[in-house]
Design a binder for this molecule. Structure first.
Ligand code: SF4
Ligand code: SF4
Length: 731
């Protein structure tokens, strides 16, 4: 060993020892913080499905590749990080001797070829990512950036480290070529040979380049170890467990976001018959009341801002950004952690758990952080502003886009649950809706005995469950479909089409109550459970003796469709639920309905969030429209899984929209820009919101917003009176 190698070996050993010590300390700290969360035993089921999902999502980059070039570039950088870690290991042999290399595999040509290819593609990938980050930097002239609010130095730091590590990897190889110690053939490593051709014949060059590469790599490890909230770096490790422990891992890819998680206390679903607010946790009031998976979510966020770029609230000037929400929760959790780890925290009656002695030596900053209310205004020192919490429409765009499977909606609803159930603190306008749900079983407060009024005037009899036994589909009308003027037209159109196609269906009539969706999304799990249990009982009775495949329900409201199909299972209600557009598409394709007169004037389609993103029904409504209209459907720029919310979900339908631009106006402008005369929808709430938007723009005479079923009815039965322009909503 020469003198240069003695120095390089000592330097490499010293910096590695420091880095590893700090890294172990950081991992222990992160683990301790994540373990502060509540139990989540359901995350340990289905290990096979979890492993498969994790491998498919990471190796296949299934989310990232939807972002085209950036996804591909990130894939090469990820593979580069994993495979080229072997070359960092090899550098430790090279600091000791310039001719050193990895034992066994280091002599394989295939190893030389693979690492060469990955180095070159990794270089291209990281340069692309750097260019994209620079192009989208928050302070660039004009436009909002998905990186607004991200800690930019951390992103730049990580990217430069990757770039330098790759460059020094090539320099090491180049020096080996120049000194004739490189054992891979030219055909397998042409770039290394090209670099070697311009480097001097310097024996110690390999060891010097190797130690610089180690210093760069260990600097990265030291910096991230000193910054445990540096998700842009830590996600390289945390993304794997975060995806492994995701909710519903066995849910087939492309089947939607799934049910909202039930309310839990100590990891067990809460039973309201026995629950006690002094013993059981009702929603989330403090950051440590999230489950450990929630805390893992917050730690894993890469700050990429993909969620933010798609969020309807953020894009219309509301204070909510799903990314900033996650970052606020993360920073709060880590800042409060010393207090919690010292034994601090409030019990369910609000009493401090720690003794004075336990808190005596605590950092004042941790104590100050512990005093912050989780939900509160800036003046109150709150972590999350109430306007942030209540701006969410639960549209699912954030969850859909997040490359590391962070579950924003569950966290938002958990915080809402505490605010509603314990604090009774929510936008006052929504109080009327909740009272109506409790007292009348529908958000509008309409009398129950008017639920069947929509059937009046139809030229056929609509059968009720109980009057007929041999129905194939139970037609779930929904509250909007029964009480709201526009939605009633859709209900009548669907019933007419089912009757025309000879489908045997029946309604519950006055036996139906609200599915509970608005109560659940606003956070009132108690009212949701009350309504849902009643409906499950009614439906189980209606389908008594039938196996699940024959317990078929067709719903016109995507919120009912989602709740009945995905969430009633949590209460013992297992049904086969379809949306009316799915059934209509089937009836058209099997020749039971025949469109005869194409609807002209241009048609565009707005994907309802709870039909599209939440349940992946994108094709059926388009198929129906494709058969019923003249020419092709005109798509809006934001469509299908990247569709833009109408603004009504998450119980926002019953809250005033006081901040920023109205979401429905933003969407209507996009729809009108297509030039289509008809905006087709598949949801009564979207219909109300978009109609309001069109009327607000004074375009009610030029543009019509109607349900897909009404478009089809016009084409199938052009002679049928359509009832003229739809009237204003009741609610
Ligand atoms: S669910 Fe929709 S509105 Fe809510 S934070 Fe996510 S993207 Fe924004
Ligand atoms: S929550 Fe997900 S999508 Fe949003 S910034 Fe974090 S990693 Fe990116």
């Amino acid at each position: 060993m020469g003198s240069v190698q003695i120095v390089t070996t000592i330097l490499a050993a010293a910096i590695t020892a420091v880095a590893v010590w700090l890294a172990v300390r950081a991992v222990l700290k992160m683990t301790a913080v994540i373990r502060l969360g509540q139990p989540a035993p359901e995350r340990f089921t289905d290990k096979g499905a979890r492993t498969k999902t994790m491998l498919v999502e990471t190796a296949g980059h299934t989310r990232m590749l939807k972002w085209g070039v950036v996804g591909a570039a990130h894939w090469f950088v990820m593979v580069g990080f994993i495979v080229l870690s072997l070359l960092v290991l090899e550098a430790y042999f090279e600091v000791v001797t310039p001719t050193g290399g990895l034992p066994i595999i280091g002599h394989w040509t295939i190893f030389g070829l693979a690492t060469e290819v990955i180095t070159v593609l990794g270089l291209v990938g990281i340069l692309v990512l750097m260019a994209i980050r620079l192009r989208n930097r928050p302070n660039r002239p004009g436009g909002r950036s998905r990186f607004t609010g991200s800690t930019m130095w951390q992103g730049y730091f990580v990217e430069w480290i990757v770039l330098l590590v790759l460059i020094f990897g090539l320099l090491i190889r180049g020096f080996k070529v120049a000194t004739d110690h490189f054992e891979y053939p030219f055909w397998a490593t042409p770039v290394s040979h090209a670099v070697g051709a311009v480097l001097p014949d310097w024996q110690d060059g390999t060891s010097v380049a190797a130690v610089i590469k180690i210093i760069i790599s260990m600097t990265w490890l030291i910096v991230i170890s000193l910054n445990v909230t540096m998700g842009v770096a830590w996600h390289r490790f945390l993304a794997f467990p975060n995806i492994f422990f995701k909710r519903e891992p066995a849910r087939p890819a492309g089947s939607g976001l799934g049910a909202l998680r039930p309310m839990t206390s100590q990891g067990k679903p809460l039973d309201f018959e026995e629950a006690d607010p002094e013993k059981d946790q009702f929603g989330v009031a403090h950051v440590e009341q999230f489950s450990w998976k929630g805390l893992l979510d917050f730690s894993t966020c890469t700050e990429c801002g993909r969620c933010q770029s798609q969020c309807p609230a953020w894009n219309t000037g509301k204070p909510l950004s799903p990314k900033l929400l996650v970052l606020s929760l993360r920073d709060h959790a880590y800042a409060k952690a010393p207090y919690l780890l010292a034994g601090g925290g409030k019990d369910l009656t609000g009493e401090e758990k720690a003794t004075q002695a336990q808190l005596a030596h605590l950092d004042v900053l941790a104590l100050a952080e512990a005093d912050k209310p989780l939900i509160g205004t800036a003046e109150e020192g709150g972590v999350i502003d109430p306007d942030v919490l209540w701006s969410c429409t639960t549209c699912g765009a954030c969850v859909e886009q997040c490359p590391v499977d962070i579950e924003h909606i569950d966290h938002i609803v958990d915080m809402r649950r505490y605010q509603v159930l314990i604090e009774s603190s929510f936008p006052s306008e929504a109080g009327v809706m909740l009272r109506n749900l409790e007292n009348k079983g529908n958000p509008w407060g309409a009398p129950q005995n008017t639920r069947e009024d929509w059937t009046k005037g139809l030229d056929f009899e609509v059968p009720r469950v109980g009057e007929v036994d041999d129905f194939e589909y139970l037609f779930w009308v929904g509250c909007a479909g029964a009480f709201e003027d526009r939605a009633k037209k859709t209900t009548r159109a669907v019933a007419t089409l089912l009757n025309e196609a000879g489908v045997k269906f029946a309604i519950l009539g006055e036996g139906e109550t609200c599915s509970g969706d608005p109560a659940r999304r606003i956070g009132n799990e108690f009212v949701f459970q009350m309504l849902a249990q009643q409906n499950v009982e009614t439906l189980n009775e209606a389908f008594e003796g039938r196996e699940k495949a024959k317990r078929k329900i067709v719903a016109t409201c995507p919120h009912c469709f989602n709740t009945l199909g995905n969430e009633y299972g949590q209460l013992g209600g297992e049904f086969e639920v379809v949306h009316h557009t799915q059934l209509l598409a089937h009836l058209v394709s099997t020749g039971k309905l025949t469109p005869v007169q194409p609807v002209d004037g241009g048609v565009t389609y707005h994907d309802p969030c709870y039909l599209g993103r939440h349940n992946r029904v994108f094709a059926a409504p388009r198929e129906v429209l494709g058969d019923a209209i003249e020419g092709d459907l005109t798509e809006m720029p934001r469509n299908s899984e990247r569709s833009f919310c109408c603004g009504a979900g998450g119980a926002r339908m019953w809250m005033e929209e006081k901040i920023g631009k109205r979401i429905n106006v933003d969407r209507v402008e996009e729809a009108m820009a297509t030039g289509a005369k008809t905006v087709a929808v598949g949801c009564p709430f979207c219909s109300t919101m978009l109609n309001d938007g069109v009327n607000g723009k004074g375009a009610g005479e030029q543009v019509e917003v109607i349900d897909v079923a009404s478009v089809l009815l016009r084409s199938v039965k052009p002679e049928q009176p359509q009832g003229g322009k739809e009237t204003a909503p009741v609610g």
